[in-house]
Write a protein that binds this ligand. Structure first.
Ligand code: URA
Length: 186
C-alpha cells in the first residue's frame, strides 16, 4: 500500500536518521500539487528553505518559479517539488552518500504517492542519483529516459543559472519539452 504524503511528511518532521537533523531549523519535505504529472527533484534545502520549511524559496527558487510559469507550470497547479534530502547540509555542502541514503525512503515514498509521469532532476547531484551516476548536465540535459514507467530528464539547477545565465535558453527549452510531453500524454 502506498504511504500518503501526509504520513510521510509527519515521519520526516521527527526524523533523526542522520546528523543533519541536529542542525536543521525546519524539515523541507516538499511542495506543490500532489496530483501533478510532473515532479521536480532538487538537491537539498539551502538557508532560506531551512528557515521556511519549503523547497526553492530563495533566489534560485524565484528564478525557477518564473521559468516554470513561462513554460505553463506552477506549484499551485501542476508541479510537485521535492529535494533528494529534506534537511539543510551545513554551509550548503553537497549531501553525503549516507545522508542521501538515509533520506531515500522519503523521496521514494513521495514518488510513489505523487505517481508523476515525468521527473525532472534539477542539477548534477539529483540527475546522477536518479538517472545515471555519470550524468553530465551540459551534455545530457533535455534527454528523456524511461525507467519503471516514468520519464526522467535532467536539466540545469536554477542556482547554476543564476551564476551562468548563458544556460538559461537551454534550461527553458528543457521545460518547454516537458510541457510538450505532458500535452502529448493528455
Ligand atoms: N537548491 C535545491 O536544490 N533545493 C532547494 O530547495 C533550494 C536550493
Amino acid at each position: 500500500m502506498t504511504t500518503t504524503l501526509e504520513e510521510l511528511r509527519c515521519r520526516a518532521q521527527s526524523c533523526t536518521a542522520c546528523a543533519l537533523s541536529e542542525t536543521r531549523t525546519k524539515v523541507v519535505f516538499g511542495a506543490g500539487n500532489p496530483a501533478a504529472k510532473v515532479m521536480l527533484i532538487g538537491e537539498a534545502p539551502g538557508a532560506n528553505e531551512d528557515l521556511r520549511g519549503e523547497p526553492f524559496v530563495g533566489r534560485a527558487g524565484v528564478l525557477l518559479d518564473k521559468m516554470l510559469l513561462a513554460a505553463g507550470f506552477s506549484r499551485s497547479e501542476n508541479i510537485y517539488i521535492a529535494n533528494m534530502i529534506k534537511c539543510r547540509p551545513p554551509e550548503n555542502r553537497d549531501p553525503t552518500p549516507d545522508e542521501t541514503a538515509a533520506c531515500g525512503s522519503f523521496l521514494r515514498g513521495q514518488i510513489a504517492a505523487v505517481a508523476p509521469k515525468i521527473i525532472v532532476c534539477l542539477g548534477r547531484i539529483a540527475a546522477q542519483a536518479m538517472i545515471s551516476p555519470d550524468f553530465r548536465v551540459t551534455k545530457e540535459h533535455g534527454v528523456f529516459r524511461e525507467k519503471g514507467g516514468i520519464l526522467y530528464m535532467g536539466t540545469f539547477h536554477p542556482a547554476l543559472l543564476l551564476r551562468s545565465p548563458s544556460y538559461k535558453p537551454d534550461a527553458f527549452a528543457d521545460l518547454l519539452a516537458v510541457r510538450q510531453r505532458v500535452a502529448s500524454q493528455d
